[in-house]
Design a protein around this ligand. Sequence first.
Ligand code: CDP
Ligand code: CDP
Length: 204
Amino acid sequence: MTFTIAIDGPAAAGKGTISKAVANKYGFAHLDTGLLYRAVGARMLDGVEPIEAARTLSQDALEASNLRTHEVAQAASKVAAIPEVREALVDFQRAFARRQGGAVLDGRDIGTVICPEAEAKLYVTASAEVRAERRFQELQGKGSDLSFDEVLAEVKERDARDSERATAPMKPAEDAVLIDTSNLSIDDAVAAAIRAIDSKHAAG
Ligand code: CDP
Ligand code: CDP
C-alpha cells in the first residue's frame, strides 16, 4: 500500500507537529524535508559549496545537532533557491513519498512539485505574528537572546524568499486543504488535519 500525505506551509505554522501526530495515527513514516535543506545550509556555513553539499548529503549530515538554529534556517532558505540543490534532493524525497506502508512529508513544495499525485494535501498556515511568537518561545526555551521583533523579521524574510523564488516556490497546491492554525490549539489543528485526510481517503 502506498499513500502520500503532503503537508506544506510557512515556518512555524505547525507542519512538523501535525505531521508527527498524523504519521503516528496512520502508522506512516514521516520525512521533515526542511531538514534536508537545513543540512545543506549548515554545510554551506562550514564552507562547502551548496550544490556539492546537496549531491553528497549523508545520513550523518541529517543528524547533525545544530540544524535547528536561526542561522541555519536562513542558510537553508538561501540554498533552497538554487535549482541544482533542489534537483539533487528530488529522488530521495519521491522514493520516500511512494514507500510501502504510507508516508507523510512536510515542507514547502511537496504537494506542488515533489508529489503532485499525493492522495492528501494540506497547506498549514498562521499569521506571521503568531508564527514568530511560537518560534520566539521555542528559542527562549533554548536560551536564545533574540528579541520577538528579530524573530518576526527573520520569519518574514524567509517567507518572502521562499514564496518569491523562481523554482518550486512555497504555495498551496490547487487541491490542498487549507488549515489556519492561528487560533487553533495543537489538538484542534491535528483534529482538523485528520478530518481532511479521512475525507480524501474516503473519496479515493
Ligand atoms: O514545522 P513547522 O515549522 O511548521 O512548525 P512546528 O515546529 O510544528 O510548530 C512550531 C511551534 O508552534 C511548536 O512549538 C508547536 O508546539 C507550536 N504550535 C502551536 O503552538 N499551535 C499549533 N496549533 C501548532 C504548533
Ligand atoms: O521549521 P521551519 O518551518 O522553520 O523550516 P524548515 O521546514 O526546516 O525549512 C527550512 C527552509 O528550507 C525553508 O525556509 C525553505 O527555504 C527550505 N525548504 C524548501 O525550500 N523546501 C522544502 N520542501 C522544505 C524546506
